[in-house]
Design a protein. Structure first.
Lengths: 112, 113
């Protein structure tokens, strides 16, 4: 089954404690992205990657890092999380030349 | 830069009512347009799309027509069901490049029996 898998789905952490949200897709897609969803602000892109070792900033990259060492994986790293990074995070992938985005189920992150 | 503006919600309708959710966009070139739906507790999934002017996307009774002259892509359904309750997102992307997409703020629809 074609899917985008993110982990963890739910996490409560403390300010400053580094965390990583993993994302994996099994569709051999070139493009992968991270979004955050906040009430009243819709879906905002954090980072995206067009292929292995190629990443670029989205609209709200501050406080986040990403890496794309393998085509299937695109982890999101919060080096020093802060409460304003409490949000619902979505990983997504799409194929080069295609229009449709496939989303993971989301990761609820709370930073206290 | 590109932007998408959606009708503000929340929207509450009775079952079998007619639904319209407005969406307008600003973009350079000729983007592809999408509606995504997010059911409670789930990720977003593609509802329908249109890739060029005057195209009509349709799925599950929902329709939207790509109107270049009015830069709009309004979502419509003739008779909504309780199961249509969800958050609906309008989005655009460059042709053939969904890697860099722009989303609207989302519109929450609640359908009551």
């Amino acid at each position: 089954e074609a899917q985008v898998t993110q982990n963890p789905r739910y996490l409560i952490t403390v300010t400053g404690k580094k965390l990583t949200v993993t994302c994996s897709q099994n569709m051999n897609h070139e493009y992968m992205s991270w979004y955050r969803q906040d009430p009243g602000l819709g879906l905002r892109q954090i980072y995206y990657s067009m292929n292995v070792e190629v990443t670029d900033k989205g609209d709200v990259p501050e406080g986040y890092k990403v890496s794309r060492k393998e085509k299937r994986n695109f982890p999101l790293i919060l080096e020093s999380p802060s409460p304003n990074q409490t949000s619902l995070y979505f990983c997504a992938s799409s194929a080069q030349g295609e229009n449709t985005i496939y989303f993971g189920e989301g990761s609820w992150l709370t930073v206290v | 830069g590109d932007s998408v503006t959606q009708m503000e919600g929340p929207v509450t309708l009775s079952e079998e009512a007619f639904l319209t959710i407005n969406c307008t966009y600003t973009a350079t070139g000729y983007p592809s347009l999408f509606w995504y739906v997010q059911y409670p507790g789930e990720g977003l999934q593609l509802l329908l799309k249109a890739t060029k002017a005057d195209d009509k996307g349709s799925n599950k009774g929902f329709e939207a027509t790509y109107r270049k002259e009015t830069t709009s892509f309004h979502l419509e359904k003739g008779s909504v069901q309780v199961s249509d309750s969800a958050v609906y997102f309008c989005a655009l992307s460059d042709q053939g490049n969904a890697g860099k997409s722009t989303f609207g703020d989302g519109t929450t629809l609640t359908v009551k029996p």
